[in-house]
Every structure is written in C-alpha cells, then in structure tokens.
Write a protein that binds this ligand. Structure first.
Ligand SMILES: O=C(O)CCC(=O)C(=O)O
Ligand SMILES: [Fe+2]
Length: 316
C-alpha cells in the first residue's frame, strides 16, 4: 500500500514575528523561507492589519468595474498598463496565446514632482466617478507596502544578508497594487481561455489580499495542481522571478493560475500587490545563494521588468 503525502501551503502568523519571543521569531523566519523554497507560496495571518480597508477597496473597485466600458476606457491610456485601467482580454501569460478572462486596475507609487523617479512613474489616475477612490486604494497600497517590508526583513535574516537588504532594494520601488475583476464566464465565448493562465510573477514577492472566491492553484513539484486556499482575513504570499533570480533559483518562482469557476455566472475579484525593486536597483546574486556559481548576470530592475512586460503583451 502506498501512502500519499497531503501537501498544503504552510500558514504563518505575523504576530510571531512582530511580537513573539526570540524563538517564535526565528521559527517564523525559518518557516517563511522553507515555505517559499518548498512551494513558492505561504498563507499569512497578518497582525494588526486593517481589513476594513480591503472591504472599502472592494466597494470602490466593484463600483468602478460596473461603469460603462467607454467610461472605463478613459483611464486606459498607458503603454504597459502602468497605471489605471486595462480592459478584458489584453494580458496573456508569457507562454499562452489566449488572453486571460479579466480586466484590472493598477495603482502605483506616488512620488513628488521633484523626485528623481517622477518622470519614470506615471501619475496615478483617480476616477472622479467613484467617491473615495484615492483615499481607500492608496491607503491599502501603503499598508501592503508595510506588510511586505516585514516579510522582507524576515527573508533577509534567512538569506544571511543585512536586515535592510530588501528595504534598500525596494526603497521607492515600482510596486503595483492590481485590482482584478474576473467577469462571469457567460460573458465570454473563448473556449481556450482561463481566468489567469499558468504564469510566474515577474517581481520579488506578491501579497494577495482577500480574493473573493477560490480558484488559485499552484503547480506543485510533482506536476499536480494544488489549490491555494485562504480566508478573507489572510494574505497569500508568493515569490516571483526577480527573487528566484537573485536567490540563484534556491527560491522558485512557482507557476500558478486561476481556474474557471463551476458557477459560470459568478464574478471573482482579487487584489495582488506586486513588490518591485527601485528601477535602478541591481538584481544581483545573494552571496549565501551563490553555491558553485551564479546562474544569472546582474540586471537592473528596470531592464528586467521591461523585458517581461513585452513578453506578456502589456508593452511594445
Ligand atoms: O487572482 C488571483 O488570485 C491571482 C492573480 C495572479 O496570479 C496575478 O495577477 O499574477
Ligand atoms: Fe500571479
């Protein structure tokens, strides 16, 4: 008789890291790293995280996506979907011909007009049709930015680099809050398409807050798809290509997807926060990951991102 191991993405409590004993802190550091190495994913129970803001953002984004297409298209003005609205069927996964069944909105980092990155980071757009758009969505952006910082500090300890290693890499970084709407399947006639085709995230880490429905799956090491289940009070965290690159592939960028629902009339919403480095930051192999040699050359955050955006159809 063979026994099959039940695999499940590990669950961590942020309280252990922020307010725990030295032992609890260390256990959190170890478990976060081990979870990323083993699955490329963990599920976080955040600590003192304001979920009212998440609810407010869902109200805002649901109201926005309900607007007529012509109104939404007023906010679709950037190559690369850098800020604002990206309509249905535009983005496709790197190795997929079929577009994803989703529309989305990007909120980026706000910098002052005299900031060195002011020309590189386009201004956010704040639709005047929806009250409290900026107030709610940028507050969530900042809260996720803070949560990411704590995860990065924990990761720095695990990787034996100074605690502020990732803080420096991501200071004023090009992180993006993406609010996604997956419309009911009944609104499409595209047999080959799925909500989000199998892909890896481009960035360092992604924090996925409170998806409204299941459907997220990761490609496990045995080649099977494994559901990533979370409750509305949890944050799913995964590692992307950039972290994989600087860890010399010790941490994978795990392939994941969002499958189509059983109930074809249901919508799904999710809000990934993609943590990006500063565009000039150099993505370089972390010494403790070097082993017998470096798999990748150094590259700036900017060059790596631009290359990937072309591959997924968001940029020319
Ligand atoms: O909607 C989700 O749950 C995941 C979305 C995702 O993987 C992405 O946008 O990169
Ligand atoms: Fe993703």
């Amino acid at each position: 008789m063979t026994t099959t191991e039940t695999r499940k993405v590990p669950e961590l409590n942020m309280e252990d890291y922020v307010a725990g004993t030295a032992l609890e802190k260390q256990r959190f550091v170890d478990q976060f790293y081990a979870g990323l190495v083993e699955y490329g994913f963990i599920v976080l129970n955040p600590y003192q995280f304001n979920f009212d803001l998440v609810d407010q953002c869902y109200q805002v984004f649901k109201s926005f996506f309900k607007l007529p297409l012509a109104t939404k298209q007023k906010y679709n003005i950037h190559d690369g979907g850098k800020r604002g609205y990206v309509p249905r069927l535009q983005e496709h996964a790197k190795n997929s011909k079929n577009p994803d069944l989703k529309e989305f909105w990007h909120v980026g980092r706000e910098v002052s007009s005299d900031h060195p990155l002011a020309n590189e980071y386009p201004d956010n757009m704040w639709p005047n049709e929806i009250p409290n758009f900026k107030q709610s969505t940028y507050a969530l952006y900042q809260q996720l930015d803070q949560t990411a910082l704590m995860m990065f500090r924990s990761l720095a300890t695990a990787l034996d680099v100074p605690k502020d290693y990732f803080e420096k890499l991501t200071h004023d970084g090009n992180s993006i809050l993406r609010a996604i709407h997956y419309p009911p399947m009944t609104e499409f006639e595209l047999p080959g398409s799925v909500r989000a085709a199998a892909h890896e995230d481009i960035n360092l880490i992604t924090l996925l807050v409170g998806a409204t429905d299941s459907g997220l799956e990761l490609l496990d090491r045995d080649g099977q798809w494994l559901a990533v289940d979370s409750t509305p009070g949890q944050i799913v965290i995964d590692s992307g290509d950039m972290l994989s690159r600087i860890s010399n592939e010790m941490i994978p960028a795990t392939t994941h997807r969002v499958v189509n629902p059983m109930d074809a009339s249901s919508d799904r919403y999710s809000m990934p926060f993609f943590c990006h480095p500063h565009p000039d930051a150099v993505l370089s192999c972390i010494p403790s990951c070097q082993g017998d040699g470096r798999l990748y050359e150094d590259i700036t955050g900017r060059d790596f991102l631009n290359q990937r955006l072309r591959e997924i159809g968001l940029s020319k």
